[in-house]
Design a protein around this ligand. Structure first.
Ligand code: ADP
Ligand code: MG
Length: 252
């Protein structure tokens, strides 16, 4: 599935948070949205799945505007993992992930829905938590459960808002490897990341946002000292080692 961002604009109470944002992402792209706090990453993600309605422009899946999808139809195309916050849910882990099957279920889950739920729990190494009360999990475990729920939707496009912020380093790598794998299977991943080094390591495209505008977008050629310094207003040094690139802050 191709997702096209067509000159969108979004304002909160008349204050612009996104202006003239354009882009097109292809099936299997792994796109990292980066930029300073308040640059519009979360707002853009919410515009892409229709939680926020753009005031100008449009978001198209293939050639069809997201506004013209029925909610269940859209949920089969796009899944969203929100930025982590203190979440409460009086359900066990299995049931939360099963909720991801809702767009496919008429009035009760079929055997197929239960099977997919179990498979996803196992892919994310959550099987042992399946019957646990969601509220008793750590922040990182809760975040993994929300990722599992999004995968249960079997989306073509997966949007994630800083999904690794609460995870320890091992679980960060685990989640990013899973996402990379999904993108190789043709799922389009669009992920807001505050760690530019993680973005460089995993993404096939980097979209830099600053003050609600696209500052730069593309592949590794966008990773220059000048771009990163202007994006974050800091001094940096770029270190290249074999095929890896690291950005080291070097003072203000
Ligand atoms: P990021 O995710 O990059 O940190 P956001 O998309 O959350 O940025 O925010 C972009 C801009 O929109 C910021 O200036 C922020 O203060 C503003 N903003 C975000 N959410 C709201 C809201 N619910 N009401 C009013 N302004 C908001
Ligand atoms: Mg945000």
């Amino acid at each position: 599935m191709k997702i096209t961002i067509q000159n969108i604009e979004f304002s909160y109470n008349g204050v612009p948070a996104l202006e003239n944002v354009n882009n097109r992402f292809e099936k299997g792209d792994f796109v990292a949205l980066v930029g300073p706090n308040g640059s519009g990453k979360s707002t853009l993600i919410k515009c892409l799945n229709g939680i926020l309605k753009v005031q100008k422009g449009a978001v198209l899946i293939d050639e069809k505007s997201i506004q013209s999808f029925a909610p269940n139809e859209l949920a089969r195309e796009i899944a969203y993992v929100p930025q982590s916050e203190n979440k409460k849910a009086i359900l066990n882990v299995f049931d939360i992930v099963l909720l991801g099957r809702k767009p496919y279920i008429n009035w009760k889950p079929a055997r197929h829905d239960l099977k997919i739920t179990s498979e996803i729990l196992s892919i994310l190494h959550l099987d042992h938590l399946a019957m646990k009360d969601f509220n008793k999990l750590s922040g990182g475990q809760q975040q993994s459960v929300y990722i599992a729920r999004a995968l249960a939707q079997e989306p073509d496009i997966l949007l994630l808002d800083e999904p690794t912020a609460n995870l320890d380093i091992k679980h960060q790598v685990e989640v990013l490897e899973i996402l990379k794998n999904l993108s190789q299977k043709g799922i389009t991943i669009i992920i807001a990341l505050h760690d530019i080094n993680t973005a460089i390591r995993y993404a096939s495209k980097i979209m830099m946002l600053k003050d609600g505008k696209v500052f730069a977008c593309g592949g590794m050629e966008t990773i220059t000292e000048k771009n990163i310094e202007n994006l974050y207003d800091i001094k940096v040094k770029i270190i290249r080692d074999d095929n890896q690139v690291f950005i080291i802050p070097n003072g203000l």
